[in-house]
Design a protein around this ligand. Structure first.
Ligand code: ZN
Length: 137
């Protein structure tokens, strides 16, 4: 595992949250992207080396809807960069970590992603992400 790639924050309203985080970080959202497989809309901000992903649900059965119902708005996940997501999943499965999906999936911002179940990681949803090599940056 390498550096923290981004921190994901669940929000009810990505437009107003986006404006607030633009003010907070003194920057602008550089990308807004829907991830239909996860029923989320994402917005990315970069602050120095740090990246924040805002997530808004686009459906009532979105994982973000369920998260906000249970825990309210707030930090949703921490994402780590990995070189080889398949190898890292293999390693972590052998260590007993439970994943939310068997295979990596296309995620936002040109990544292949997978999530470790928060029950495996003291209540913190961990995302692994690998930059896709088949697409331009
Ligand atoms: Zn993420």
């Amino acid at each position: 595992m390498e550096k923290i790639e981004h921190i994901g924050i669940a929000v009810k309203d990505i437009v107003s949250a986006g404006k607030l985080y633009e003010k907070l970080l003194d920057t602008v959202i550089y990308k807004i992207e829907n991830v239909d497989s996860e029923c989320v809309k994402t917005a990315f901000l970069q602050s120095g080396p740090n990246k924040i992903e805002l997530l808004e649900a686009t459906a009532n059965d979105s994982p973000i809807t369920r998260f906000i119902e249970k825990r309210g708005e707030g930090i949703h996940h921490i994402a780590f960069d990995v070189e080889d997501i398949e190898a890292e999943m293999q390693r972590l499965k052998q260590e007993g970590f439970v994943f939310l999906s068997d295979k990596p999936k296309p995620g936002a911002d040109n990544k292949l992603v997978c999530f470790i179940h928060p029950k495996s990681t003291n209540g913190v949803l961990i995302e692994l992400c690998q930059t896709r090599k088949d697409m331009p940056m």
